[in-house]
Ligand binder design. Structure first.
Ligand code: ZN
Length: 290
């Protein structure tokens, strides 16, 4: 059986064809333009390949309430052409195959929990820190959706007293995680992207603080067995290790679990399936679709 996987992003669409065992047979990328331009290309690609199921990991926000009349539609995205677009319905009707859908970050989380850096953990969090900050949360082996879906990127943090930009850059909140720690927040403080900065740049001390505050909050609220942190900003290899040490320091000895106190290096980890966690997760959503 051939299973299609669509990782729908705000700037590009990644399309993959997998077999049932999860081998990626082929993939392609398309720029994300308007639905009228991009959707026919996606549909004809999957039609030609004769897929029998499709999994979709999409940018959001997306309506994931299964009993909702707009289930699988993009909702209040700043990409106006895609606002209220019925992504799932359009693909399902055009292709006539079972489809599964979730957010792109939930798809990536699913892949890392089932097959990657958090396999064997029923309770884990996958965070991506790049242009934005997003996270997929797995509790009891299942992705958390709740009222809509968790928005870890907008948790409020305590601004660092040395931060020249303590209010952050999120248009909705002062001093939320995404506003303080996303790639654009780093670039706004430093005048250039994280990839161009020396490891000892003071901006990484702030970044360490914010990502460690995030880890502490995740540990206290969700009690995960592992935290996986990926995304472009974590391309700076020294950063993860600094975040581990700072997380332990901020926990202040309150959490006694040896996974945290003695084995933090295998508790806060990088993804294993990068850069195709999201595509593999989309395959899993397709494989499990009925
Ligand atoms: Zn925010």
């Amino acid at each position: 059986m051939r299973i299609g996987a669509l990782e729908a992003g705000g700037t590009k669409m990644v399309l993959g064809i997998f077999d049932e065992e999860g081998h990626l047979l082929e993939d392609t990328k398309l720029p994300t333009r308007t639905p009228a331009q991009t959707m026919p290309e996606i549909i004809s690609f999957f039609r030609e390949k004769g897929i029998e199921k499709l999994g979709i990991g999409t940018f959001g926000p997306v309506d994931l309430r299964e009993d909702s009349p707009t289930y699988g539609s993009i909702t209040s995205t700043p990409k106006l052409d895609w606002r209220d677009y019925p992504l799932l319905k359009t693909l399902k009707e055009a292709l006539g195959v079972p489809c599964g859908i979730d957010t792109d970050v939930n798809a990536a989380a699913l892949a890392e929990v089932r097959l990657g850096a958090a396999r064997g953990c029923a309770n884990a969090v996958y965070v991506t820190v790049g242009t934005g900050v997003g996270a997929g949360i797995c509790v009891g082996g299942k992705l958390v959706h709740g009222l809509m879906h968790p928005e870890v990127g907008h948790m409020l943090l305590k601004p660092n007293p040395r931060d020249p930009l303590p209010q952050g850059i999120c248009p909705y909140h002062e001093s939320c995680l995404e506003g303080l720690a996303s790639g654009p927040a780093i670039a706004k403080r430093a005048g250039t992207g994280a990839e161009n900065l020396q490891d000892d740049d003071p901006v990484f001390t702030l970044e360490t603080d914010y990502l460690a505050q995030m880890c502490v909050n995740l540990i206290m609220v969700l009690s995960p067995e592992r935290i996986v942190i990926g995304g472009g900003v974590l391309g700076k290899e020294h950063l993860l290790d600094r975040v581990r040490r700072e997380t332990v320091r901020l926990l202040g000895g309150y959490i006694q679990a040896p996974e945290v106190t003695a084995r933090i290096d295998s508790y806060i980890v990088l993804p294993e399936l990068f850069p195709i966690s999201g595509l593999i997760g989309s395959w899993l959503l397709g494989r499990d679709a009925v």
